[in-house]
Design a binder for this molecule. Sequence first.
Ligand code: GDP
Length: 454
Amino acid sequence: MNFNDTVAAVSTPRGKGGIAVIRISGDEAIRIADKVFVPKCGKTLSSLPSGKAIYGAISDIDDGIATVFRAPHSFTGEDTVEISCHGGVLVTSEVLSAFLSAGARAAEAGEFTRRAFLSGKLGLSEAEALGALLEADTHARLKLSHSGLSGKVSAAAKAQYDALCLIMSHLYAVIDYPDEDLGNLSKDELRSSLANCLSSLRSLASSYKNGKAILEGVATVLCGKPNVGKSSLYNRIVGRDAAIVTSVAGTTRDLLEETVPYGGVTLRICDTAGLHNSGDVVESIGIERAKKKMEEAELVLAVFDGSCALDSMDEELLETLAPLSAVKIALLNKSDKPMLADFSKLSLFDRIMTTSAETGEGLDDLAEAIDGYFLAGKLDPATDPIVATARQHAALSRACEYLENAISALDIDMEEDLISSDVEAAMSALSEVDGRQVSEDIVSGIFSHFCVGK
Ligand code: GDP
């Protein structure tokens, strides 16, 4: 893709709206916009300073406001003009066509953000956070994206990169002048500097547990025999009457799925058909789907009617659950009634809890327990750097591995140049976090997820 030309796109969603914004960016942006947009005051856009907005006619299509941003003081870092016009589908496509006829090229998906990355206006992890911000559908996801956009992860990785730079300068000095007593860093000091970096990077990498649980969400399945209260618990957790609740067994026949914030994480939660030997064809398909979901889940919430003794259907469920690698929590539901279920049969579970979907009892404890399994401590996106993507996590993990190698090499008195090659490799992995050193394919992959106009 050529990033030296001038591109244009509608930056607001397609549809009816009060206003829409068409963005043009590149060396020729202002000259091209001048051909289409005529300010009512008689000035030209080329004569305007950066950040100035002006009212005018957009060809003979519409009236609107043009705002001029001059490089490098724009989102992309290039000359940019943003035209606000009326938000109709035809109006916006006509305005865009006018800019394309005047010499702009139609922007590809994510091209404005990619140009911002190429001109150094934002790092790759900030670009990823921006993508997550556009997708955010829960407050936790929004908070996490804002945290990523503020560059906390990049800054934390950069701080360790700088610390490693200092260590490298010492190692190079020792390699280049082996006979001189440089005396500025003993072996112990070198080891402790490397160990400090490693510990900071490990704790940064471990924050991905929280980032993943919030952004990707925890694949969660509510399962159990019919009538134990799965749908009632599902409704409690999603916060509305999404599933039909009746005392008739077999009411839920297919999977119901929602993404909801719960405690400190996001649950991708699925209510399933009650597991039993059903003669009903449709229900049997639902039961097969439920079993498949259980195999794929990271968290299984197995629901039992705690007010009754466990029966053969419950025992069959235990057999199905035994081989699964998910975190398994047994929920003895209906705790508002006298509890009769035998806990001793539930030893395969990571946790046994009592709940009442009727009164809500036990649900706060459940949220806390889930946080305990899927978060690495209570991190606050407002203050703590939280790694949010697998790519950043992989780069940090590699940096940690190289530093572990460097420390092991130091411990067995290996040559400085062998230690330095591990430190260099750690630095190179770290510079992938904000995209200073990353392959074209990875960059293209990230920006391909953006919409046109962003
Ligand atoms: P599912 O078939 O497992 O999804 O169970 P439902 O959620 O449809 O509930 C079956 C019946 O149990 C309904 O009549 C619910 O009102 C009732 N129920 C569900 N949870 C509770 C609970 O915690 N306490 C009491 N007393 N009844 C419950």
